[in-house]
Design a protein around this ligand. Structure first.
Ligand SMILES: NC(=O)c1ccc[n+]([C@@H]2O[C@H](COP(=O)([O-])OP(=O)(O)OC[C@H]3O[C@@H](n4cnc5c(N)ncnc54)[C@H](OP(=O)(O)O)[C@@H]3O)[C@@H](O)[C@H]2O)c1
Length: 294
């Protein structure tokens, strides 16, 4: 394996996945993780200049506009961060010969399939967020940069803003909560996405031929399947001092209106990443225990 020279750049190091990336990578490498105050990622020129000046040997892009409903209104901002930014990163990464690891979403699919999606299935997003994420994959793929793009789903962790923390907060406050029970997906712990995606990049190291040969899109989500209600119920079962079932109510998507439409089936088939990298994430239930079983 060719050794890398230069620091590893993590963009979005304060987010769920980015924070875990910085944590996982820091022991073994010099990591640059500029905060939003240090580098506004919506200033695409500044991002390009930062890459040119810092000459990273590897770039992780965990920046995104992740507010799915807000994206319906804030299309310009969502498009800039989710669609244009990956292309700009790719262009400048190619100039300094740095591979790019990027993250995308189950929401690139319309959810009509009755089986988990594979990487080559037609991507037809239902909402603005999904459309911008798909455009970002394409923009990065159109550059000369070598890359790994990990599509993941229903990401949560112990910090930041996510469904699992909202459920825990509402349970603790005995607040009733309507939870959708007809959308299927795999809740995936941000730490697992970060560590396994970093491990995949590590397998290729600085060998750009391997990146070229085997780079591209990979699905990376927890095993098993759940609905949001099933996920919330499992979280509730972990909090013995609450009276969980009483405050959770299963509803349909039709009853729970949101600005953005969501796919009915968000399940991703993870066989490619297992075949190529030997990576297989535990079931979402096991991950939940690891994340919150304190
Ligand atoms: N969350 C999910 O359920 C989910 C599901 C599938 C795929 N993904 C994908 O996984 C990746 C990471 O998601 P995540 O959940 O870890 O995201 P997140 O927690 O929402 O974090 C987003 C990151 O982007 C940064 N950011 C946003 N706008 C910025 C700007 N203008 N300048 C600089 N930084 C900015 C945030 O910085 P601040 O801390 O300063 O806001 C934060 O570090 C994304 O590509 C996302 O699309 C997420």
């Amino acid at each position: 394996m060719t050794e890398r020279q230069g620091p590893i750049l993590v963009l979005g190091g304060t987010g769920q996945i980015g924070f875990e990336l910085v944590r996982a990578l820091s022991g073994a490498a010099t990591v640059l993780a500029p905060t939003r105050a240090e580098l506004d990622a919506s200033d695409l020129g500044a991002v390009g200049a930062f890459i040119a000046a810092s000459r990273p040997s590897l770039i992780f892009n965990a920046v995104a506009f992740t507010a799915v409903d807000a994206a319906e209104q804030e299309q310009v901002a969502a498009y800039r961060l989710n669609a244009e930014l990956p292309g700009v990163i790719g262009e400048h990464a190619a100039d300094v010969h740095a591979p790019v690891v990027h993250y995308s979403s189950d929401y690139v699919f319309n959810g009509m399939s009755h089986v988990p999606y594979i990487e080559t299935d037609a991507a037809v997003p239902l909402n603005v967020y999904g459309a911008t994420k798909l455009a970002g994959e394409q923009a990065l793929g159109a550059t000369k940069a070598v890359s790994l793009i990990f599509r993941t789903s229903w990401v949560y962790g112990a910090r930041g803003t996510n469904f699992a923390l909202t459920v825990r907060r509402k349970l603790a406050a005995d607040e009733p909560m309507n939870v959708v029970d007809d959308q299927y997906g795999a809740p995936t712990w941000c730490r697992a996405v970060a560590t396994e995606s970093a491990r995949c990049a590590g397998q290729f190291g600085g060998d750009l031929d391997r990146w070229k040969e085997l780079g591209g899109v990979y699905h990376l989500s927890a095993g098993g399947e759940a609905t949001w209600f099933g996920f919330a119920s499992a979280i509730a079962e972990m909090v013995p001092s609450n009276r969980p079932p009483a405050v959770l109510r299963a509803v349909t998507s039709a009853e729970y209106r949101t600005a953005a439409r969501r796919p009915r089936n968000s399940l991703l088939n993870n066989q490619r990443i297992e075949r190529v990298f030997g990576v297989r994430l535990p079931s979402w239930r096991d991950q939940l225990t690891m994340a919150f079983g304190d």
